[in-house]
Design a protein around this ligand. Structure first.
Ligand code: ATP
Ligand code: MG
Length: 473
């Protein structure tokens, strides 16, 4: 604990802060009021308080309370408990989930331990919760209590008070509590000053806090990018030196963080910061290694352009997909792998497939990419050589391929950085808007091209068994 920490909060009354209930999700308010009416403390916490003070629309609303998980469950019918050691309540309102966490004690497990191990990373995103979380019987609260030799409860070492809870939070700017009792804000860590100064400062000793949970390094980058905050010097200093600690974080958790970093609207800036603090090479070691080799340096530029496009799509409320992102992220590594296997200039599809699989396999040990994204990503990359084939009616089948659109966007990106022929990109752009007869006339007028090595010869198409039974996205 440092000099800015105190045991009693600075209480900022409603008249002295800008958070209005009108900006809070009505469902979060319902949860807070219900807790209060039942005699418990109820606070809005974390990113929601921070974002509201900054005038931003919070992504989600998290609640902290002194009610134990079982007590929360009794208050809400539409509620389920998740997590094994540290249990959280999810209160469901149609599509919105309000997460209600009991104040965490100093001895409670670190964040990575609270991830629900029962969540199946392979389940489709839109699957009903029941199918994502197999049934299990959560342990009762008493299992988390410490007993003495006579069986007497010494202390409940998982759940604690708000004074304990605050030290478990990451940045002071994320450590503010909005009290439903009187709409005041409780500030134990001078978080208000950090919000005003647009600054990210870890609560406590930075190196210790990063070692406790290395994902906090990625969170620092993500919030700095998203909020346009600076990282305070003491928090910033150990980043580069501790970057290697990411190697010990479970790959499934890193997958979640990577999506948040790159698909939340501030991907281009997040990427620059990840590179600045040498964090990127611990997430995508193969790509980072390829980016610094002259033949693949353009791939880093492709990634920056791809991330900027993604950011623009998110700003325009258009959908984005992890499939495309991972294709851009891993392309350089795939090409490098391919070039080590093949001698000739024209791509051998069988070798390209092998290169994709080798890169993906290695990547999975760092950032686990679920099959539902990895398989379409591989398809997207495998379609790239097919764009060069433009003669004969068969070449038109590419337009019908379920991955055509993403593969075409990828081609545009390659053309933008000068590795695909801009004429080729334009041809595929133009043909999409032509009626079928004109498309046919166009491809029939072109002289036949040599078939790419490794591609099945025309007329001798082998039926290949689809690998795996992965869900297609
Ligand atoms: P956003 O939801 O905008 O991404 P957030 O700050 O709400 O940002 P969450 O991941 O929703 O982030 O977490 C809610 C709060 O829980 C955080 O504000 C922080 O106080 C605390 N928290 C989350 N993850 C960690 C962590 N790894 N270490 C310490 N505290 C954390
Ligand atoms: Mg949040």
């Amino acid at each position: 604990m440092n000099s800015t920490t105190r045991l009693s909060p600075q209480v900022i009354p409603r008249s002295e802060h800008s958070i209005s209930r009108a900006a809070i999700s009505p469902n979060a308010l319902k949860v807070l009021y219900r807790l209060k009416e039942a005699g418990y403390q109820g606070f809005l916490v974390g990113g929601a308080v921070r974002d509201l003070l900054l005038g931003l629309q919070p992504k989600d609303f998290d609640v902290a309370t002194n009610a134990l998980p079982d007590e929360v469950r009794r208050l809400f019918r539409n509620c389920r408990l998740i997590g094994r050691r540290f249990r959280l309540a999810h209160v469901f309102f149609g599509g919105e989930i309000i997460e209600v966490a009991t104040f965490r004690a100093a001895a409670a497990p670190e964040r990575e331990d609270i991830e629900d191990p029962d969540v199946d990373a392979e389940a489709p995103e839109d699957a009903p919760l029941e199918s994502i979380r197999p049934e299990f019987s959560p342990p009762s609260d008493s299992e988390h209590r410490a007993f003495d030799l006579r069986g007497r409860i010494l202390r409940d070492n998982i759940y604690g008070t708000i004074e304990e809870d605050v030290w478990r939070r990451d940045f002071a700017a994320n450590g503010l509590y909005y009290n439903i009792e009187d709409f005041s804000i409780w500030d134990f860590v001078d978080g208000m000053s950090d919000i005003k100064a647009r600054r990210l400062k870890l609560i406590g000793d930075p190196e210790t806090r990063f070692r406790e949970d290395p994902v906090r390094m990625l969170r620092a980058v993500r919030f700095a990018a998203k909020l346009d905050f600076s990282i305070e010097p003491d928090t910033e200093r150990p980043l580069q030196q501790l970057a290697y600690l990411l190697d010990g974080v479970p790959p499934a958790r890193l997958f979640d963080e990577v999506l948040k970093l790159f698909l939340s609207g501030f991907g281009a800036k997040s990427y620059r910061l990840l590179q600045q603090y040498c964090l990127f090479e611990h997430l995508f070691p193969q790509s980072a290694a390829a980016f610094v080799l002259p033949p693949y340096a353009y791939a880093a530029q492709m990634l920056e352009l791809g991330l900027a496009n993604t950011d623009a799509r998110i700003a325009a409320d258009k959908p984005v997909t992890p499939t495309f992102l991972f294709a851009v992220l891993l392309w350089s590594a795939v090409l490098r792998e391919l070039n080590e296997r093949q001698a000739g200039p024209s791509p051998d599809l069988a070798l390209l497939l092998q290169a994709c699989d080798t890169v993906l396999r290695t990547q999975q040990s760092r950032v686990a990419i679920p099959r539902r994204f990895a398989i379409p990503m591989r398809e997207l990359l495998m379609l790239q050589p097919r764009f060069t084939r433009r003669s004969g009616v068969k070449s038109l089948s590419l337009l019908q391929h379920p991955r055509f659109r993403a593969a075409y966007d990828f081609l545009l990106l390659r053309a933008q950085v000068g590795v695909a022929d801009p004429e080729l990109a334009k041809w595929w752009t133009d043909i999409q808007v032509l009626p079928q007869e004109e498309r046919v006339a166009l491809v029939q007028a072109r002289p036949p091209e040599p078939v790419a090595e490794g591609a099945p010869a025309p007329g001798r198409r082998r039926r290949r068994r689809r690998r795996g039974g992965a869900a297609r996205s």
